[in-house]
Design a protein. Structure first.
Length: 131
């Protein structure tokens, strides 16, 4: 029995078919909010993709502060470092990320890690601080 892996499709198109499309043509397959953003910022997206491809050829990391860019098929497979306000978070772009924004994969707020209570936080610690 052969193990057949299901091929990824996005709105009925394979990733190879999507990569052949222009950014504005790909926008037709997105939901309305993302489509509006792509159609308004297609020049920024195309500039980013061309700059990223040049950096890949030179083996340099792709770093960006542009958290608002929509992920298009030409970016699939790239390793991009997205700034979260403090550091660059490495992200590998996969098929399932199409139509999402960079910022969704580089969280700006970390999970709260509660430590022990500080001095004065409890009645017992007040007594200790007076001594």
């Amino acid at each position: 029995m052969e193990s057949t892996k299901k091929q990824f499709t996005f709105r009925g198109k394979t990733i190879e078919e999507l990569k052949e499309l222009d950014v504005r043509e790909f926008a037709k397959y997105l939901k309305s909010r993302q489509r509006r953003t792509v159609l308004r910022q297609f020049q920024n997206i195309e500039d980013f993709v061309s700059r990223a491809k040049r950096k890949i050829e030179k083996n340099k990391p792709i770093k960006t502060h542009k958290r608002i860019l929509i992920i298009v098929p030409q970016m699939v497979g790239m390793r991009i470092q997205i700034y979260n306000g403090k550091e660059f978070v490495p992200v590998e772009i996969t098929n399932q990320m199409l139509g999402h924004r960079f910022g969704e994969f580089s969280h700006t707020r970390s999970k709260v890690k509660h430590g022990g209570a500080g001095v004065g936080a409890t009645k017992g610690s007040k007594a200790k601080s007076k001594k």
